[in-house]
Ligand binder design. Structure first.
Ligand code: 4NP
Length: 160
């Protein structure tokens, strides 16, 4: 069976990328593709390794029916470029940091996540960590749209 793997990456792996992870897994399950699509998330920095998502991200996600409670932060690794088909950065800074650890023989396609939401007026998912609660809802809005765009591409790739 065809399969596909996706790694979402932000700075701390406690706000944006776990939100993308939880939203994407939920949508994969709704499509019945959970046996074909594997998902993970990571941070470029190690500040929060082992921690659950930020409470503000978890509660904004829970209000829309997404469960982030099982997720724990880890740091992105060079090996990830050999294991994943897609590595998707939340902003340009994350993308730059990932380019610094990418091996020359990477299998992964490294892109900005919002490349899959071309109708949006912005290209990066803004970091909500130091802002108010609106920022966490905005992350969800952006991530939901890009997850749908990514799934359209993956469905074609899987032929389903
Ligand atoms: P994230 O947000 O990259 O979306 O997980 C942040 C989380 C923590 C910090 C910065 C951004 N921090 O500086 O600790």
């Amino acid at each position: 069976m065809n399969s596909c793997s996706v790694l979402f990456v932000c700075l701390g792996n406690i706000c944006r990328s776990p939100t993308a992870h939880g939203v994407f897994v939920h949508k994969v399950q709704l499509l019945g593709l959970q046996n074909c699509v594997s998902t993970d998330s990571a941070g470029t920095a190690a500040y929060h390794v082992g921690n659950p998502p930020d409470r503000r991200s978890s509660s904004a996600a829970a209000a829309r029916g997404y469960d982030l409670s099982q997720l724990r932060a880890r740091q992105a690794l060079t090996e990830d470029f050999h294991h994943f088909d897609y590595i998707l950065a939340m902003d340009e800074s994350n993308l730059f940091d990932l380019q610094q650890i990418a091996p020359s023989d990477a299998k992964a396609e490294l892109k900005l996540f919002l490349d899959y939401a071309p109708n949006l007026s912005i290209t990066e998912v803004p970091d909500p960590y130091y802002g108010g609660s609106d920022g966490f809802d905005q992350v969800l809005d952006l991530v939901e749209e890009a997850a749908d765009g990514l799934l359209d591409v993956i469905k074609l790739r899987l032929g389903s």
